[in-house]
Write a protein that binds this ligand. Structure first.
Ligand code: ADP
Ligand code: NA
Length: 333
């Protein structure tokens, strides 16, 4: 009954990593090009401020993220590309969902525990509640599919729980049970320094990640120095089990080259890292340099970026406003 519609977002919290690109952006482009969905992509600035953001940097990071989307292949005509804070329906629906979600559900969110760390009492209320706002981001568009990395799986389950409880409590079939789309070789890109942690823009070590804006030398040197074990690559994909760092590099190669892990292993199985790493570095530079060059070009005209985001927010509101209006009616307001 619900038209196929994709929603996803990325926080403008400064810097984009290869993890964001392979786990999210590149797949957003695939779903845009698929043709079977309406695609809606958002810079989620209201999520970014759940932890302190310098105001001038937030403004810049939002524009840079928008430039990143476009440089990676999001077409603001084909997709709706906008900034969360410009569409007030997100926070309005978010409040309704604050009243649907249960404290016990929120307390189980592992990302809150990770991000709040040991001093959870001092975390913002927004950081604790953000998965309910995320549910509103998605459900304000009746989105049926959300492409994300594996780290967002639990939040997507919460979105479904909120939709189901709302539908049940008000005896309606109004919100869809949105499907997470967690697919491909790079649903969880790991740190280049530690195969047990995800690659993240908040990791203190810059050597742990490839940034979308890294130049060719930086990319090559980070891959050359990436931690690996001393053995050559195994003969096949099965042999990557228990070798997190090796598997991560193979996954990255597969995702960047649009191949399966088996195809990559058919080419590189048995090869030493001294052969594989330079090939991976060349591939990464090949794929990322045009994107970062285009980002830099787009950033020269911030007014143009702002105009794109403004137009996107108008198109987003055309969908979200009637959904909010109907939600209020269902609730009795
Ligand atoms: P971050 O986690 O870097 O702070 P966001 O929370 O804004 O970034 O996440 C944006 C998108 O990027 C989400 O869909 C998330 O799942 C994806 N993502 C982030 N890091 C990785 C990673 N290391 N591997 C795969 N996907 C990732
Ligand atoms: Na994340």
């Amino acid at each position: 009954a619900f038209a196929p519609r994709v929603f996803s977002g990325i926080q403008p919290s400064g810097g984009l990593t290869l993890g964001n690109y392979l786990g999210a952006m590149k797949r957003f482009v695939d779903m845009q090009e698929d043709g079977g969905y309406q695609t809606i992509y958002c810079m989620v600035d209201l999520h970014a401020i759940t932890v302190w953001q310098d105001p001038a940097k937030l403004t810049r990071a939002t524009r840079e993220l928008c430039a990143g989307f476009i440089a990676a292949g999001i077409d603001p005509e084909k997709s709706i590309l906008f900034n969360q804070s410009q569409v007030p329906e997100h926070t309005q629906l978010g409040w309704i969902f604050n009243c649907v979600a249960r404290m016990g559900w929120m307390k189980r969110m592992t990302q809150f525990k990770d991000k709040a760390g040991k001093n959870a009492e001092n975390a913002s209320l927004g950081l604790f509640g953000y998965p309910a706002l995320m549910a509103a981001d998605i459900l304000a568009y009746h989105a049926t599919h959300v492409p994300v990395g594996e780290d967002q799986k639990q939040h997507l389950e919460l979105t479904r729980d909120i939709a189901a409880k709302f539908n049940h409590d008000y005896s309606v079939d109004f919100f869809p049970l949105t499907e997470p789309v967690i697919e491909g070789a790079a649903t969880r890109v790991m740190s280049l320094r530690d195969g047990s942690r995800k690659m993240s823009k908040s990791d203190p070590s810059d050597m742990s990640r490839i940034n979308m804006t890294d130049d060719a030398d930086a990319i090559a040197s980070k891959i050359r120095k990436a931690r690996t074990d001393p053995e050559p690559l195994p003969g096949d994909a099965k042999g990557l089990e228990g070798r997190a760092e090796a598997r991560n590099l193979v996954n990255i190669y597969a995702a960047l080259s649009d191949q399966s892990v088996d195809q990559v292993m058919a080419e590189f199985g048995g090869q030493p890292f001294s052969v594989f790493k330079p090939r991976l570095a060349d591939l990464a530079v090949d794929k990322l340099s045009p994107i970062s060059a285009e980002m830099a070009r787009l950033m020269e005209d911030p007014a143009q970026i702002d105009a794109i985001l403004h137009r996107g927010s108008e198109r987003a509101r055309e969908i979200a406003a009637p959904v909010l209006k109907r939600t209020y009616e269902i609730v009795g307001m």
